[in-house]
Design a protein around this ligand. Structure first.
Ligand SMILES: [Zn+2]
Length: 287
């Protein structure tokens, strides 16, 4: 059976990083995804890794995860990876990306998701991931490109950017052509293009063996909601058909964000339990 996991992000804001791992374990998940950056605070690493002693902290975290028998399988790097016309930010972002790869190496995390440069050509993105490649090899970490979107304010719908569809996504992964650069399909992002008759299933089937990890969540097929699966409009029966068709053997990782109503740990716990049940359901659908 495929393992199910969730990210530390929504939990760690109440518990800190180690506490989040404990909660993920106690909820019953099989594995965890480490959020190296705080969501919504694009210029900061999560407090846990922000200091100069990050290597020591990563080592401690690895020992703790081993102790509670929770495999760390995936991580999310800081983003955006690049901003046009912001050389200072880009210099810093590059340093943080390399630091994230190093952290994953220490944590023995296999898959690190690094966002592409959204508005850049395939060639520019290939160049970017090729630049990352030696560091990924050194740390023995597979860097995963993620499908993204831009927002059309007038039409109130997603508009395509780099990797929104399998053509650019495949071109980048194939252009780098290394076992250290593969794909993370974000199910929710793909489904935001329903207005263009696109779907996560289509993306999965067109990308096939390039897909090594997933971001699983739900939405209204318009906005990027990051809801718990089955709360929105995404047809997970269809997604599972796509996963089975490509013989997906990776982990099933939820990328849910905290509901704004969740302001206490207790409220969070009920929410994460629902997430756990939803992910077990997807896991059983994969049998
Ligand atoms: Zn994602």
């Amino acid at each position: 059976m495929l393992r199910i996991g969730m990210m530390t992000e929504t939990i760690s804001r109440f518990t800190g990083m180690k506490g989040a791992l404990k909660v993920i374990k106690d909820l019953g998940f099989d594995c965890a995804d480490i959020t190296i950056q705080k969501t919504g605070e694009n210029r900061k690493l999560t407090n846990y890794f922000s200091g100069k002693d990050y290597k020591k902290k990563a080592q401690e975290l690895k020992e703790y995860a081993d102790k509670i028998k929770l495999p760390l399988v995936q991580a999310h790097a800081p983003f955006p990876s690049y901003l046009d016309g912001k050389p200072r930010y880009n210099k810093l972002a590059w340093k943080k990306l390399l630091k994230s790869i190093e952290i994953c190496g220490i944590l023995k995390i296999k898959h690190l998701v690094i966002h592409p440069w959204n508005d850049h050509t395939n060639e520019e993105n290939i160049k970017f991931y090729k630049k990352v490649l030696p560091y990924a090899k050194k740390a023995n970490v597979v860097v995963c490109v993620e499908n993204m979107w831009r927002w059309n304010k007038e039409k109130e719908q997603a508009k395509p950017c780099s990797c929104s569809f399998s053509d650019t996504f495949n071109a980048i992964v194939d252009g780098v052509n290394s076992k250290y650069v593969k794909a993370c399909v974000d199910i929710g992002h793909a489904e935001m293009f329903a207005h263009m008759k696109y779907s996560a299933r289509k993306m999965l089937e067109e990308m096939n063996e390039r897909v090594v990890c997933l971001h699983i969540h739900d939405n209204d097929k318009i906005h990027d909601k990051h809801w718990i699966p089955f709360r929105g409009s995404i047809n997970y029966k269809d997604v599972v058909k796509g996963l089975k068709k490509i013989n997906y053997k990776g982990d099933l990782v939820a990328e849910i964000l905290a509901d704004p109503e969740i302001d206490t740990f207790e409220k969070g716990l009920a929410y994460w339990k629902e997430n756990y049940r939803a992910m077990r359901k997807i896991q059983s659908m994969m049998k």
